[in-house]
Structures are given as structure tokens and as C-alpha cells.
Design a protein around this ligand. Structure first.
Ligand SMILES: Nc1ncnc2c1ncn2[C@@H]1O[C@H](COP(=O)(O)OP(=O)(O)OP(=O)(O)O)[C@@H](O)[C@H]1O
Ligand SMILES: [Mg+2]
Length: 198
């Protein structure tokens, strides 16, 4: 039996070769996969809570990939590796490294020059990394945890609430989150910042 996944609002589909990267072959439904991934992500969150990372460590390609690996290493063989195929969202697969490097150096510039508030820097990072879409899957969740790590470890501020409800199950919340992302696409970050702190 294969993996019968339903794709809800704006979730990127997996290619066949990515599905083959599933470590536990007995996972066949979206619900099983969601639960399994959630447990894996909780291990990654525990890891971030046990450690303290500097801003410069967080804003490196190595850390970005390591965080994704920690979030999905029990679920997918390709955890922590950039995608090798193009998607309906994200930059061309050959541009991932370069675009990510540009984003990380922009982010350091914003911090050094106090161009934006700490929240706005973390939210801009979250929005742009999900637009780059470095990984085959998990980019949304990875971008949110990355913003949390930056705001907590980098700025000593409370982590974001991301709308306060589990987005995976609450459709209305997810819709609102996506609307805020679409506004951010047009350089208006207010709605996403407000959503992230509600
Ligand atoms: N137009 C858009 N602009 C910005 N981001 C978008 C847009 N469409 C989708 N996204 C982002 O891409 C994510 C889906 O990517 P992916 O499936 O890799 O992440 P995920 O972690 O599996 O999903 P989720 O964010 O639902 O937990 C969405 O959650 C959203 O964050
Ligand atoms: Mg997904």
C-alpha cells in the first residue's frame, strides 16, 4: 500500500522519490504521518531548549540544515538535505544555496543595523525562507521553528504563538496564516507579525 496523502491548503506535494525516503514504511495515511512527524519535531524542540545558539550560529546554512534534520530525521531519509526537484513554490533547485546565503547575510545586516524590530527580523526570515523552500517538505514548520529559535536564543524574547492553535487541525487559523503570508509576499508584514504573537 502506498502513501495516500491528501493535500490541504497550499501544502506542497511530495514526489515519488521523496515518498520513497519515508523511513517507517508502515505509515500510509496523512494522519499517521502528521502524528509521527509531530513526535519527531518535539525531539527537535527539546534539542533547541537544551542548548543556546548564538545569532551567527543560527544564521548559517549548516544550522538551518541541522534544524531540519533534527525535526525530520526519524521520518525522512532526506531530512536536512536541500530538495533536488523543483516545486510549485520556491526558487529553482540550483539556486537554493545562493538565495539562502543572500537571505542570511541580509538578516545579519538587519540585526547589525537595527533595520527592523527583532520580531520583524524573525518574521521576515520565516517568510523568505519558506519562499526559497529549501527542503522537499516541512518548510512551513521548519521556518516557524527557526523564527522561534532566533527570537528566543538571539534576542531573549518569548517564542511566537503562531495563532495560538494547532494550524494542522484548525482550518480557519491556517487560512488566516496563509492570508498573512500572501500580504507578506507584497512586503506587508503587519498581519503575519500580529498573527505570530496572538
Ligand atoms: N504564497 C505563499 N507565500 C508564502 N508562503 C507560502 C505560500 N504558499 C505556501 N506557503 C508556505 O509553504 C508551506 C508549505 O510547505 P511545506 O509543505 O514544505 O511545509 P510544511 O511544514 O509541510 O507545511 P505546514 O506549514 O503546513 O506545516 C505553507 O505552510 C506556507 O508556510
Ligand atoms: Mg508539507
Amino acid at each position: 500500500m502506498g502513501l495516500a496523502l491528501e493535500y490541504t491548503l497550499h501544502q506542497t506535494a511530495l514526489d515519488e522519490d521523496e515518498k520513497e525516503g519515508l523511513i517507517i514504511k508502515s505509515i500510509t495515511t496523512r494522519q499517521d504521518l502528521d502524528e509521527f512527524e509531530q513526535q519527531n519535531i518535539e525531539l527537535a524542540v527539546d534539542w533547541t531548549l537544551r542548548k543556546r545558539f548564538s545569532i551567527y550560529k543560527i544564521l548559517s546554512e549548516k544550522f538551518i540544515c541541522k534544524l531540519h534534520k533534527k525535526m525530520f530525521d526519524q521520518t525522512w531519509t532526506w531530512a536536512g538535505e536541500f530538495r533536488k526537484t523543483n516545486k510549485n513554490i520556491g526558487v529553482d533547485k540550483y539556486r537554493i544555496g545562493i538565495e539562502l546565503g543572500q537571505l542570511l547575510s541580509d538578516c545579519k545586516y538587519w540585526i547589525e543595523n537595527r533595520t527592523f524590530s527583532p520580531d520583524e527580523i524573525a518574521i521576515r526570515l520565516k517568510h523568505r525562507i519558506v519562499k526559497i523552500h529549501p527542503f522537499p517538505n516541512g518548510n512551513g514548520r521548519h521556518s516557524r521553528l527557526l523564527a522561534d529559535v532566533l527570537i528566543d536564543h538571539g534576542f531573549n524574547r518569548p517564542v511566537f504563538t503562531w495563532g495560538s492553535q494547532k494550524m494542522e487541525s484548525a482550518r480557519a487559523i491556517r487560512k488566516e496564516y496563509l492570508q498573512a503570508l500572501f500580504k507578506a509576499d507584497k512586503e506587508d508584514f503587519k498581519a503575519l507579525m500580529e498573527f505570530a504573537r496572538r
